[in-house]
Write a protein that binds this ligand. Sequence first.
Ligand code: FAD
Ligand code: GLY
Length: 370
Amino acid sequence: MKDRIVVMGGGVIGLSCAFELQKRGHQVTVLEINRCGGQASGAAAGMLAPYSENVEGSDPFFRFGWESLRLYPDWQAEVKQVSGGTFEYTNSGSLYVAYHEADLLALEGRLLWQRQFGSSGTILEGDALFRLEPLLSRQVRAALYTPEESHLYAPHYVQALEEGCRRLGVDICDQLEQVSVARWRDEIVLLSKDGSTFRGDRLLVCNGAWAQELAGTFGVDIPVYPIRGQICAYAVDAKPVQHMVFGNQGYLVGKENGTLVCGASEDVAGFDTTVTERGIERLRKWNKAMFPFLEHRVPFHKWAGLRPSTLDGLPLIGAMDDASRVVFAVGHYRNGILLSPATAKLAADWIEGKGSPSEDYRAFLPGRFS
Ligand code: FAD
Ligand code: GLY
């Protein structure tokens, strides 16, 4: 039997889940207090880079990102086809740079375990490296090149997801200002500030960095915290940076719209999305060291978003312990864009009560903190 599903939050996670659930034949309503994609999802650099962003070893988070990266070619094509829209999706590959001999050892170690997960990466030095990325600083000693990693233009991706949802028949109610959960044990009832009532059979919580606000309602711990990311973009003529370039303090990624995006800070600043001079100056200093041609350039655009981080670094995906009507999909921290297709499929499976979750997915159970 098909359910009426209420999705709380219209970021990349809520929209991806809505897209998947509506495709499976459910009747989905998305409730968004702001504009869809108006928070973290629209602020993201759009990198699909599990190998470069998870460097410690293969854990459930890395494996989930790896799985999601493999879903992307088909997923993004479907979002484009259903929405009738388009967005940049580029298989640029990435370079993770090392300045010192000692850092090179860490890259070699990383490559060893990442090869077991599909990486055809190599360590490049000297001419081989500078042929690939000619404007890179000559202070760079070597880089781990991972051809499998891609990136997309996040604001357009989220727009296409929203349009795709609408075309599939999802009811999207945005700019609601305030939405609260009135009933959730026996039925789902949500109320908005303008007096509207939304009813459903299941509730999917996708409100990102704001998830903790529901702890009192459900009487459980939801340790999700906002971590501000400040980020900026330079206007560039020809595409001067070919790959996503990562270092241990940030990243640069060139977009086909003629911008070079550089991120990002990790600030504990509550729900404040202010961009600070200090935050951007730190990024600029790092950019110049990586690409000396940026020495006298000034970013033309600066912005910030709130990543939903969690106490143990893993997302909360799955049904609540004693209330299977309520399913969570929050806490994707630095990788929500990457993780959107895999999350959509996993959350939809939870909504449909399909099978028992694998050991990896059990690590994401929302009840683990209570
Ligand atoms: P959000 O996009 O924040 O969506 C949550 C939505 O819920 C918001 O729209 C909010 O208004 C709404 N909401 C809140 N409360 C309620 C309520 N009570 N009722 C209804 N709606 C509500 N990830 C990557 O994979 N690759 C990247 O390159 C990348 N770069 C990033 C760069 C920066 C600077 C930042 C800040 C993040 C980046 N991320 C990246 C992380 C990614 O943006 C997030 O993990 C992802 O956007 C989280 O999606 P979300 O839908 O959970 O949250
Ligand atoms: N994933 C990049 C960021 O969160 O800044």
